[in-house]
Design a protein around this ligand. Sequence first.
Ligand code: BV8
Ligand code: ZN
Length: 252
Amino acid sequence: MIKIELPDEMLQTLVKANNVAVLTGAGISAESGIQTFRDPQGLWAKFNPVELASMDGFMSNPNLVWDWYQYRREIISKAKPNPGHIAIAEMKNLFPKFTLITQNVDRLHQRAGSDNVIELHGNIVENYCVSCNTPFLENIDFENKELPKCKKCGGLIRPNVVWFGEMLPYDALQDANSVAETADFFFSIGTSAEVYPAANLPIIAKNHGAYVVEINPNATSISGYMNQTFNYPAGEVLPLFINDIKKIKGEK
Ligand code: BV8
Ligand code: ZN
């Protein structure tokens, strides 16, 4: 466990905050053994994102894309929430208003106990038919490499994620923007801040007066806008935040 002193001025701002928000990216799941997208050994390093996470990519090679999601589903099913997910799940009890926004599709936040999660990029659990949009509710075992077909119309089945070039779910993006505009404390955790419109959110928060904190072992394109940056793994830094907030609040 890292030994660092969290700045008191930041902690005092956080403890007084009414409206705390967190944006997470793939990095929050890295300590659960789920590869990120852009780190050197990341998922994209082996595959071309546009090729796999796009409608064109899917339509030109449905089985390859389906296989890739089945591969990721298997890894996710064996993964466990890490101390970073668990610390974020605890935050909902520490502030008058707390909102979690995630770019991740792995649902580890929910498995750690977070609720009302704003999922900007959908989720890897649900599937639906590309032709008639009917949800595909059959159980899909990971060994089944065959891409399933819609029971209603025979169309191809796809995961309920947002691919590149696709609009984000309208309500999720609306809610995330208004959370960023009204937050008085905003964490950007485990994201390279390279994918839009999600990457705008910490800047929107900052421009609306929020105190913004980035937690990421690496610097990103938004690090310079942050009030504080912690270049450590989220699973090590976040429990320190929880301990210090509880200490200041005199909670056990
Ligand atoms: C849209 C779901 C509007 C699928 C994902 C050209 C063509 C087409 C589109 C575009 C274009 N140019 C720009 C765009 C817009 C595009 C975009 O932003 N592209 C980028 C690459 C430039 N955005 C879109 O297409 C979005 N839609 O704009 O629609 C529109 C539509 C139609 C017509 C007009 C306009 C849709 C974007 C959503 C794509 N779907 N995922 C799936 O998961 O399979 S994106 C994918 O990237 C994941 O969701 C991922 O979460 C997300 C962001 O990446 P990160 O989460 O930040 O992950 P990354 O690996 O990058 O970084 C991890 C970080 O963690 C690193 O910084 C690392 O240092 C850190 N880390 C590592 N370990 C730890 C850690 N941090 C803390 N603790 C640790 N232990
Ligand atoms: Zn169908």
